[in-house]
Design a binder for this molecule. Structure first.
Ligand SMILES: C[S@@+](CC[C@H](N)C(=O)[O-])C[C@H]1O[C@@H](n2cnc3c(N)ncnc32)[C@H](O)[C@@H]1O
Length: 273
């Protein structure tokens, strides 16, 4: 029997039909995704970063995900790498999936996908779904996210899931608890999905000083950081740490969102700010 979802969470369907979770933390209600589309938002903000990292031809990718939530980003990484590998095997770009991943996608492999999730229920639920195949109240939510990525990439849903499970077994996917700016980083990362809650709930993550410390510790020389936010603090932190700032239109009514690029992942025509 599946236990019901604890009352602090509420599953909702966003406008593109994809699921999200509403979450009450210390009396504050937070939504994990934009109501215009959880899947579309994730693809726009984080999918773009992953596509660029694969396209850059980095062979051993280290990917950091701050805020597992309902694991859109983790499933994204597994599905995009499977897609890049199958394109390589066929040596042909696919029209349906961004052509950008094809040409230089050679053999991008995951070295480490490191995720953090402070909420023990979310963390445990995901591991249960991934490894034990036991029923969890969020199981159908992960299944729905998996199905969306399978459709998007043309890859097989059970392979996307098994690959993540295998990475976990091999120590290539690690899921830790609380992330803080003071958390030590053993070796920096190429792709940073910066997706904790907003300034309202997580103010410590969004000051210029915190962002700079984060980049100093966690960003590899060749690095792309993507986030839904667009603030002066982010802009200054990028500048001070030698990142190019890419200003993108915000998703679903937001004015802007920022991406930072450095080293091999930077754009020649877009000099560092
Ligand atoms: C916006 S949601 C992330 C959505 C997620 N990326 C996804 O794909 O569904 C933010 C998540 O960050 C988690 N979080 C907030 N503060 C955190 C911290 N200090 N360390 C780790 N996780 C944190 C929250 O519990 C929540 O699940």
């Amino acid at each position: 029997m599946v236990n019901s979802l604890p009352s602090k969470y509420r599953r909702l369907t966003t406008k593109d039909g994809s699921p999200t979770l509403e979450f009450t933390v210390d009396g504050v209600v937070e939504n994990m995704h934009n109501f215009h589309g959880a899947f579309a938002e994730t693809d726009y903000i984080y999918g773009e970063a992953m596509r660029r990292a694969i396209q850059a031809g980095l062979k051993k990718l280290r990917v950091l995900s701050v805020g597992l939530g309902i694991a859109y980003n983790e499933i994204l990484v597994s599905s995009f790498l499977l897609k890049a590998q199958s394109q390589n095997a066929r040596s042909e770009p696919s029209d349906s999936f961004e052509q950008t991943t094809a040409a230089r996608a050679t053999d991008s492999q995951i070295e480490l996908l490191q995720s953090f999730e402070i909420d023990s229920y979310l963390k445990q639920s995901f591991l249960t779904w991934l490894v034990d195949e036991e029923l969890t109240a969020l199981g159908s939510t992960y299944d729905d996210v998996l199905k969306l990525y399978a459709e998007h990439t043309g890859e097989n849903a059970s392979e996307i899931k098994s690959q993540l499970g295998l990475w976990l077994e091999q120590g290539k996917f690690a899921l830790a608890d609380k992330f803080s700016i003071e958390t030590n980083c053993p070796e920096p990362f190429h792709v940073l999905f910066y997706d904790p809650f907003s300034n309202k709930t997580n103010p410590d993550f969004w000051t210029e000083q915190a962002l700079e410390r984060f980049l100093q510790k966690w960003a590899a020389d060749d690095c792309i950081i993507s986030t839904y936010a667009a603030t002066g603090a982010l802009k200054r932190a990028f500048k001070n740490q030698g990142f190019q700032l890419v200003k993108r239109a915000g998703f679903g009514g937001k004015r802007q969102s920022f991406m930072g690029l450095r080293g091999q992942l930077s754009e020649p025509e877009n000099p560092a700010i």
